[in-house]
Design a protein around this ligand. Structure first.
Ligand code: 2BA
Length: 110
């Protein structure tokens, strides 16, 4: 068995959950925050048998879209020390999804 961790933009997460449930997969959505953008994203957990991993990845690929986000290159609280200089925001490509597939040693429901 595998545990698939899918980190995606919150705007794609609800549709992804619906598409997974519709195909009979169990899924759990957790609120998470990206370390780079410091913005909310969603982490979805899916436990599946080994031969179904590719089916899940295919649903993720067709649901989660890549987008451009604007971010300020200046960390919060640093503006004062920059002498009034206001930096241009930079474009960052985000998503569709970052995926980890982990081995599950034991799975139980009690
Ligand atoms: P964030 O850390 O907020 O990153 C958002 C996007 O910013 C990334 O999109 C990437 O395009 C860009 N980015 C991240 N670090 C960067 C850096 N040091 N320099 C320049 N650009 C950078 P994605 O790669 O699609 O990642 C989306 C989210 O997936 C990440 O949000 C993070 O929450 C998660 N993630 C990505 N790689 C990860 C990893 N190796 N381990 C754990 N979580 C990861």
């Amino acid at each position: 068995m595998k545990l698939i961790l899918i980190i995606t933009q919150s705007s794609d997460a609800d549709l992804l959950i619906s598409n997974l449930i519709e195909k009979g997969f169990g899924a759990t959505k957790l609120a998470s925050t990206g370390g780079f953008l410091r913005e909310g994203n969603s982490t979805i957990l899916v436990g599946v048998e080994n031969d179904l991993v590719d089916d899940v990845l295919s649903i993720v690929g067709s649901t989660c879209k890549s987008r451009e986000r604007l971010m300020s290159p200046t960390p919060p609280g640093m503006m004062e020390s920059m002498g009034g200089f206001i930096p241009y925001p930079i474009k960052v490509q985000v998503g569709g999804a970052t995926i980890f597939v982990l081995n599950v040693e034991r799975f139980e429901k009690v």
